[in-house]
Design a protein. Structure first.
Ligand code: GUN
Length: 289
C-alpha cells in the first residue's frame, strides 16, 4: 500500500503559486461569501483564508445571515462581480434551503468562478475547453498527475454523482490526453449491485458522502482508491466530540490498494490548493484581458 500524502502535494502546489504571486506587483484577491454559521463551513472558509494568506492572495470574507433572501444574496454577488479589485468569488456551500443554490452559483461571473460551479464552466469542461475546474476534481487530477498514476485505458468507477465532485471528476478522467483517456462508470446510491461494479475498478473515486461506505470486498486488489468523503462521526474520546472519516473504510481497504488517499490529509488539502490555483489563474487572465 502506498499512501498519497495530500498535505505534502498541496504544499508543493502552494509553494509554486507563492512563487508566481511574488512576481506580481498587484496581488490576486478572492472573496469568500459564507451564509450562516454552519461549523463545517466556518472551518473550511477559515482554512481557505489562511491558505490564501500563505500564497500571498488577498481575501475578503462576507458573512451573511441565514435569513438573507435569495434576491439580496444575488445583489451581493452582483456587487462582487462588478468589483474590479476582486478576481475570484467563492460562495461556500451548503446554502440555506430557501435559497436556490444553482441560481446563486450561476450568478457568479464565469470569469471569477474559481469554484468552477457555473453552468458555462461546467459546459466548457464537457467540451474539453480550458476553464475553471471545480476544486475537488481538479485536486484529484493533480494528485493522479503528480503521483504518475496511469489513467489511459483504466476503468475508473466514480461513486457519487454530484455536480461539484462526481460528475466533473468523471469528465476529467474521460477527457482526451494525459491524465485522461479512462473508461468511466458512474455509480450512486440507487445503483444495484454496486460492489460488483466497484470491484472492476482500477481507480475508485468515493464521493457518496456516507462514512466508511467502501468496504474491502468492494475493491479489487491493487486498485487506486481516492477518498473524497469528509464525514464527522461522533467520538467521545476526542475533545471536539467527533472525528473525521472518509467514505472509505480506510483501515480495512488500505492493505488491498496500490495507492490510497487518507482522510484527513488526502484530497481535502488539494481542494484548497486548487482553489488558490484557480484564483491565481483568474487574476492572471484579468491582467491579460
Ligand atoms: N462546500 C464543500 N466543498 C465546497 C467547495 O469546494 N466549494 C464551495 N463553494 N463550497 C463547498
Amino acid at each position: 500500500m502506498n499512501l498519497i500524502d495530500g498535505n505534502n502535494i498541496a504544499e508543493s502546489v502552494i509553494n509554486e503559486l507563492k512563487e508566481i504571486v511574488s512576481l506580481q506587483v498587484e496581488k490576486p484577491c478572492v472573496a469568500f461569501v459564507r451564509v450562516g454559521n454552519d461549523p463545517a463551513s466556518v472551518s473550511y472558509v477559515r482554512k481557505k483564508e489562511k491558505t490564501a494568506e500563505k500564497v500571498g492572495i488577498l481575501s475578503k470574507l462576507y458573512v451573511l445571515p441565514n435569513s438573507i433572501s435569495e434576491n439580496d444574496l444575488l445583489e451581493r454577488i452582483s456587487e462582487l462581480n462588478n468589483d474590479r479589485t476582486v478576481h475570484g468569488i467563492l460562495v461556500q456551500a451548503p446554502l440555506p434551503h430557501h435559497i436556490n443554490a444553482r441560481c446563486i452559483f450561476n450568478h457568479v461571473a464565469p470569469s471569477k468562478d474559481v469554484d468552477g460551479f457555473h453552468a458555462e464552466n461546467l459546459g466548457k469542461l464537457c467540451q474539453e475547453e480550458e476553464t475553471f475546474i471545480s476544486c475537488t476534481p481538479a485536486g484529484i487530477s493533480e494528485l493522479i498527475k503528480r503521483k504518475k498514476i496511469e489513467t489511459e485505458g483504466k476503468h475508473v468507477v466514480i461513486v457519487g454523482r454530484s455536480l461539484i465532485v462526481g460528475k466533473p471528476a468523471g469528465m476529467l478522467f474521460l477527457k482526451k490526453g494525459i491524465n485522461g483517456n479512462s473508461t468511466v462508470t458512474f455509480c450512486h446510491s440507487r445503483t444495484p449491485n454496486l460492489p460488483e461494479i466497484t470491484r472492476q475498478a482500477d481507480i475508485v473515486v468515493a464521493a457518496i458522502g456516507k462514512p466508511l461506505f467502501i468496504k474491502p470486498e468492494m475493491v479489487k486488489t491493487g486498485a487506486v482508491v481516492i477518498d473524497v468523503g469528509i464525514n464527522r462521526i461522533s467520538d467521545p474520546s476526542k475533545k471536539s466530540g467527533f472525528r473525521l472519516v472518509g467514505d472509505v473504510d480506510f483501515e480495512k481497504v488500505a492493505p488491498k490498494c496500490k495507492f490510497i488517499t487518507p482522510v484527513p490529509g488526502g484530497v481535502g488539502p488539494m481542494t484548497v490548493a486548487m482553489l488558490m490555483s484557480n484564483t491565481v489563474q483568474a487574476f492572471l487572465k484579468s491582467r491579460s484581458s
